[in-house]
Design a protein around this ligand. Structure first.
Ligand SMILES: [Zn+2]
Length: 454
């Protein structure tokens, strides 16, 4: 009797435990606390145009109940998407556990400024008083669909072929980069003054020799959001055509014997014939040197460092001019053609070379065909170059004043005799130095424009 009663009791307890266990499991299951997961694709910080934001919501346990996406601007709120998912099966096992979508946002329908993008996702858990677990994903955005404004201040601008131009323009304060495009070539603008609050910019630019007549000239500005403005300048910038010289240069064996030893470390094949070595120097090495000069353009002060007319090497004759077209002859045959991108000034051997204007040394080293070379940054993209030097007196980073002796002339690199090769650069582009030695030209084309914005 006792034994049977005991067995019944144990069975009853087991049954009760099983029921409680089941109820417990059931409650844990329906009140589960695992929140839905929200994954968003790239959400732009700046909204400039119609955009689609990829969205994935997952809920492994009880499944997704509701997804809501809103965009709030001040007191105004727009619902971009709202979706409720049906409860399917005993535990919603047939319901939706993963939802993939893209949320379209049309920036043109929004007001400029701050916008809060929010995604809400609830699951079918009975927790939170039956509302389910809630996950919120928020992103702050700035609606900016208005490109920066651009206004040219200097209306009449004359530029010589091969020379330098200066324009003054105004942009709205949100412009982060602006400047002038001459064809494919970009010349950046710089704030006209340190304390400028009007968005005034100065932009020096160069006009290449033999520039196509239909070259496109346009002002360009980009704001923080990525909006771009363009303003065509072809009516405001007048290019004056110039004539340049063509000169024959005879390459003699004596010249080759004189200059080639300097280039031994740069040549690919030391056993090549002298004339082949010369062509490698005049073509490959020249091209590589040009890119070294070009890369220096970013190492420029945003402030104007120079003052007045540039200095020219004292008592020196110009042996070669800017943009001389050089035809190279060897044994009576034409072998190469290059353009001379500076002015060659010859004086006494080892003459003192003064800084043409105030600035900062940004290069002082050996440079291929240019031999020992110094480059001075004068700010806002302007730089002067000094080549074929025999001795350097300065180091990169050093500040120099107009007239300071920076080096001695020489004939290092591809030079037949002692002379100074002087170059002027505008944002890495070589221009005719003759203008910068000309007080009248500077006053009419540069200083007058700069003084007008003070
Ligand atoms: Zn030269």
């Amino acid at each position: 009797m006792h034994k049977k009663r005991n067995t019944t009791l144990i069975l009853a307890v087991c049954a009760i435990l099983l029921v409680f266990g089941f109820i417990g499991w059931f409650l844990v299951a329906i009140f589960e606390g695992e929140k839905p997961k929200i994954e968003l694709g790239p959400v732009p910080v700046f909204l400039t145009k119609a955009t689609e934001v990829p969205l994935v919501v997952t809920d492994a346990k009880r499944g997704i109940r509701t997804i809501k996406v809103t965009l709030k601007q001040g007191s105004r709120q727009v619902t971009l998407m709202e979706k409720r998912f049906p409860f399917e099966g005993f535990f919603n096992e047939e319901g939706v556990h993963r939802f993939d979508s893209v949320i379209p946002i049309d920036a043109s329908e929004l007001t400029q400024g701050r916008a809060d993008f929010t995604v809400y996702a609830w699951d079918y858990s009975r927790s939170s008083g039956g509302d389910g677990n809630l996950t919120i994903a928020e992103h702050k955005m700035v609606v900016d669909t208005i490109p920066p404004a651009l206004r040219l201040v200097t209306q009449l601008n004359y530029v010589n072929e091969g020379g330098t131009g200066l324009i003054v323009y105004q942009t709205t304060s949100d412009a982060v980069k602006s400047g002038l495009y001459v064809g494919e070539r970009f010349f950046p603008g710089f704030p006209a003054a340190k304390d400028d609050k009007e968005g005034m910019h100065v932009c020096y630019f160069g006009i290449e020799v033999d520039i196509p007549k239909d070259v496109s000239l346009y002002l360009w500005a980009k704001d923080k959001a990525g909006n771009v403005s363009k303003a065509v300048m072809n009516r405001s910038i007048h290019i004056r055509n110039k004539r340049f010289r063509t000169r024959k240069i005879n390459i003699s064996e004596r010249f080759l014997d004189q200059v080639l030893p300097y280039f031994t470390p740069e040549l690919k094949d030391p056993t090549a014939q002298n004339i082949a070595k010369f062509l490698e120097i005049n073509q490959r090495v020249r091209k590589e040197n040009a890119s070294v000069f070009y890369d220096l353009r970013t190492d420029t002060s945003p402030d104007r460092l120079w003052e007045g007319t540039w200095l020219r090497l004292k008592n020196a004759a110009a042996m070669s001019k800017f943009a001389d077209k050089r035809l190279y002859f060897y044994k009576g045959k034409i072998i190469d053609e290059q353009m001379h991108m500076g002015v060659d000034l010859a004086s006494l051997a080892s003459s003192k070379v003064g800084a043409a204007n105030n600035g900062r040394i940004i290069f002082a080293d050996r440079l291929g065909i240019y031999g020992l070379t110094v480059v001075i940054d004068h700010g806002q993209g302007l730089a002067s170059t000094y080549s074929h030097l025999s001795k350097l007196n300065v180091k990169p980073g050093q500040t120099v004043a107009k007239g300071d002796v920076i080096a001695l002339t020489g004939q290092t690199g591809l030079a037949g005799g002692d002379h100074l090769h002087f170059g002027m650069m505008v944002s890495g582009f070589f221009v005719n130095p003759i203008e910068w030695w000309d007080t009248h030209w500077i006053n009419d084309n540069v200083i007058r424009k700069l003084d007008a914005i003070k």
